[in-house]
Ligand binder design. Structure first.
Ligand SMILES: *Cc1c(COP(=O)(O)O)cnc(C)c1O
Length: 449
């Protein structure tokens, strides 16, 4: 290596165009290596990874079992296309996913990232209604929720509802029917925690009653809308959505890209309410956070609708070059084995409780309007006025300021606007959780100055 640290940082600032980053203000933070839940920069400074490398890491970084699985697969074959052929590792992963997924999801379509898994689900749902035994030729629309986030490709942006990200692309997007975010904070007048679930389901029911003949699918992030700011839905909503979509003959797409693979305390969020969607989208934690891979699982009913002679043109004409990549499949399989070997899910209740203790303390701070938690996934919303829930203007970057302070204390966090996100790897220790909790507490105090 001949270049200096300064060179690297300059090239990083001037050449690399970073995701969701204002490059005019970007300050390089170059991570050279990692171990467990710790990231190490070029100077050897260590930071606790408080957001799981953007919500995907599960068992920690540089895990020996996961590294070994990748090395072993490399010596067999690094890539086999899924267009008309296969490899044993990817077949095994598909089999495992079907075994652990909610009952009834017997088929797996692989892609390379969460956004693609959503595109696949949207296109499958659309084509399904053209080819199923009782076709619905008018079923060309989707129902999606306000503040939903389903990815950055144009289809997934169309069903997404985060205006700050979507507004500029509006002319490129298809229309969806949008229902308000099923939040338990800043609820419509007259709605309480107790009545929220019924209220949101009634809205969906009215919408389906009116439009079901035009609706191909309802898409939802089960239990928690992540990028919306960790918006936790009222209990029972998911079951209600499943019941109503069945009743009105509409498919249900569950986007578990963020909440899947243990994040909520169960392997999949849908398990909390015993729901089997028609299409289940997985990404992020699938490979333990090591390599790009995503999957769309579906039912025998959807699968059947695509079978026929080639000349019937019922084929799903969609596929990504690296979909089902065997190296990614190998590390995904190893990650599922580590869940068992390390009893990852069994150890979560203690960690979830510890995080809840920290959130309780943080909730008492001035300008903390709401704290929301589901499993090892939490958001702390900073507001101008707790009484009225008046938000801080987003331009003030209160979240960024709090996280900047936490970074000085050796905890790396990335906020969503005024919401501080706490989402560490599931392998985090209680001591490490304490460090994150303290850094968030101190960061919030610092951001108020
Ligand atoms: C991150 C995310 C996506 C998009 O996944 P990418 O891999 O970033 O394309 C989709 N849905 C949800 C809920 C997500 O959190």
């Amino acid at each position: 290596m001949t270049e200096s640290r300064n060179d690297l940082e300059r090239w990083d600032r001037e050449i690399v165009w970073h995701a969701f980053t204002q490059m005019a203000e970007y300050e390089p933070l170059v991570i050279d290596r990692a171990h467990g839940c710790w990231l190490v920069d070029l100077d050897g400074r260590e930071y606790l990874d408080g957001v799981s490398s953007l919500w995907c890491n599960v068992h920690g970084h540089v895990h020996p079992r996961l590294n070994a699985a990748i090395r072993q697969q490399l010596d067999q074959v690094a890539h086999v296309t899924s267009l008309g052929m296969s490899n044993p590792t990817t077949v095994r992963l598909a089999k495992r996913l079907v075994e652990i997924a909610p009952d009834g999801l017997g088929h797996v379509f692989f892609s390379s990232d969460g956004s693609s898994a959503i595109e696949v689900a949207l296109k499958m749902a659309f084509q399904y209604w053209r080819q199923c035994p009782n076709p619905g030729p008018q079923k060309t629309k989707y129902i999606a929720y306000g503040d939903a986030y389903h990815g950055d490709t144009l289809g997934s942006v169309s069903v997404g509802g985060v205006d700050l990200f979507n507004e500029i692309f509006r002319p490129l997007l298809f229309d969806v029917i949008r229902l308000p975010s099923p939040t338990c904070y800043r609820m419509p007048p007259g709605v309480t925690q107790e009545t929220a679930c019924d209220f949101y389901l009634e809205q969906l029911q009215r919408c389906l009653a009116e439009h079901h003949e035009q609706i191909a699918a309802v898409i939802i992030e089960p239990l928690v809308q992540g990028a919306a700011g960790m918006v936790v839905h009222p209990r029972g909503l998911l079951t209600g959505i499943r019941r109503l979509t069945r009743q009105y003959g509409v498919l249900m797409i569950a986007d578990e890209v963020a909440v899947g693979f243990g994040r909520t305390g169960r392997m999949f969020a849908c398990e909390h309410e015993q729901v089997t969607p028609d299409l289940l989208c997985l990404g992020k934690g699938l490979t333990g956070g090591y390599l790009p891979m995503a999957a769309t699982l579906t039912t025998g009913d959807v699968w059947q609708a695509f079978l026929g002679h080639y000349a019937d043109a019922r084929t799903f004409f969609h596929g990504h070059t690296y979909g089902g990549n065997p190296v990614a499949a190998a590390v995904s399989l190893a990650s599922l084995e580590v869940f068992q070997e390390e009893q990852t899910l069994e150890q979560m209740p203690a960690k979830i409780d510890r995080l809840a203790e920290h959130l309780k303390r943080i909730a008492g701070l001035e300008h903390v309007g709401d704290v929301r938690q589901c499993g090892l996934m939490a958001g702390v919303e900073l507001v101008q006025d707790c009484e009225t829930a008046e938000p801080y203007p987003w331009q003030e970057q209160r979240g960024i300021r709090a996280c900047h302070h936490a970074l000085q204390q050796g905890v790396w966090l990335r906020p969503l606007g005024n919401v501080i996100v706490i989402m560490p790897p599931l392998s985090i220790t209680l001591d490490e959780l304490d460090q994150i909790g303290q850094a968030v507490y101190d960061g919030i105090l610092a951001a108020q100055k």
